[in-house]
Design a protein around this ligand. Structure first.
Ligand SMILES: *Cc1c(COP(=O)(O)O)cnc(C)c1O
Length: 403
């Protein structure tokens, strides 16, 4: 049945019902078609599959574990489990699709990988993949994020990537995507755009989802091994939505599992203060695909904010947009402050410092646990928080120790 879902969505034109597609100039259309054809041919070959499996096991350190949070569950109720993508090589789930995209690039004879990055995690993951395969790598990044995510910028440079600062607009993720697309259009023959999430024109939302499905495949089996049942709730943060699609994809047919996508509620739900695209957006076209989107008064991609650089995008994956309309996944938001609290709670109760992105999912899991103390909750811990520590302590300080 699940197989049927993956054959149905997206359709040949890249649509997830009314979302997705490829709203792009003809020159890019041709390139996307080449990538799609290559993907369908190469990804089904034995050589590709066995190379990817070997990379996951010996290089990335997969399978990543599922961990039961003793002290967090004791304090807040529920039974909270983490899928530990923070333990994936480079410290986040993004390497799952980057190794896949780079392997595809290699099979297509490409020489250079181009991409955007927000928090720097996608840039680091792609620079890692480029180093592994001996490909060139060019990463576009907003100047605001460059300042905020300094360690990841240094990491990319150490790995041999070129980091291109983007200085227009809000100087964050959206502008970085614009800039990376422009660079790709200058040389689509030798380079390939490796998008950082389940967004962009077809075939990227499909390709990235497929490479991220490993999270859900592993987690479902591991959770069942540990508990003899399926989780009541599965929770993941949603920026573009790749880590969430990765884990949700294994549970779509299991109607007894409630799936929650958690968006950044930011400072408030006023315009420009958040990036709660699903909660407050409406359908529109951004970066060549249709999805729920936050808009300004002219209907253009709107201003967004999140304490987590990897979540402040005014669009969201087309598959999520469909799953919202189908009411298969519930989308909700948590605030910056709730996220910071969860960041410290997980650090101090479990000894796991989460990425600020992932801390959104932890914050929501805490709320679910308090409401439903009998239920089990599987959280996708998409990444580790080392990259965020200076920013958090400088901005929010350490929590008082009297709790
Ligand atoms: C980039 C990032 C995200 C957000 O991206 P999705 O595509 O929504 O998963 C979440 N968590 C971490 C750790 C990230 O680096």
């Amino acid at each position: 049945m699940t197989d049927n879902y993956f054959k149905t969505f997206p359709n040949k034109e890249g649509f997830f019902e009314s979302y997705g597609g490829a709203f792009i100039p003809p020159v890019l259309e041709e390139e996307m078609k080449k990538i799609t054809d290559a993907y369908f041919a190469i990804s089904k070959s034995h050589a590709f599959i066995s190379e990817l499996r070997s990379i996951r096991k010996h290089y990335q350190g997969r399978p990543t574990p599922v961990y039961y949070c003793n002290r967090l569950s004791e304090k807040y109720g529920g039974r909270i489990y983490l899928k530990r993508e923070d333990l994936n090589h480079t410290g986040a789930h993004k390497l799952n699709h980057c190794m896949g995209e780079a392997l595809l690039a290699k099979h297509m004879g490409k020489k250079k990988l181009i991409a955007e990055t927000g928090a720097g995690q996608h840039g680091v993951a792609l620079a890692t993949a480029a180093a592994y395969f001996g490909l060139e790598c060019e990463i576009h990044m907003g100047e605001v994020d460059i300042a905020k995510e300094h360690p990841n910028v240094v990491r990319m440079k150490i790995l041999g990537a070129t980091v291109v600062p983007v200085s227009h607009g809000l100087k964050t993720l959206k502008e970085a995507v614009d800039s990376a697309f422009e660079a790709y259009l200058k040389d689509p023959i030798n380079s390939i755009y490796c998008i950082g999430s389940v967004v962009g024109p077809h075939p990227f939302p499909m390709i990235v989802r497929d490479f991220q499905r490993i999270i859900g495949i592993e987690a479902k089996e591991q959770f069942f091994d540990m508990t003899g049942e399926l989780p009541d709730n599965v929770v993941a943060c949603v920026g573009g939505g790749s880590n969430a699609m990765g884990i949700f994809s294994a549970f779509l047919d299991d109607k007894e599992c409630t799936l929650y996508g958690v968006e950044p509620g930011g400072r408030s739900l006023a315009y420009g203060e958040h990036a709660a695209t699903m909660t407050l957006g409406s359908p529109g076209v951004i970066h060549g695909f249709k999805c729920y989107m936050l808009k300004d008064e002219n209907g253009e991609p709107g201003a967004v904010h999140s304490v987590a650089s990897g979540l402040d995008y005014p669009g969201v994956g087309p598959e999520h947009s469909m799953l919202k309309d189908q009411e298969r996944v519930t989308y909700d938001s948590v605030s910056d402050q709730e996220t910071i609290n969860a960041f410290y709670e997980l650090s101090r109760l479990e000894g796991i410092i989460p990425a600020l992105e992932s801390a959104h999912a932890v914050a929501y899991a805490i709320k679910l646990a308090q409401k439903n103390p009998q239920s089990s909750i599987l959280v996708n811990l998409s990444g580790r928080g080392d990259k965020d520590i200076d920013f958090i302590v400088d901005t929010y300080g350490l929590p008082s120790d009297n709790k």
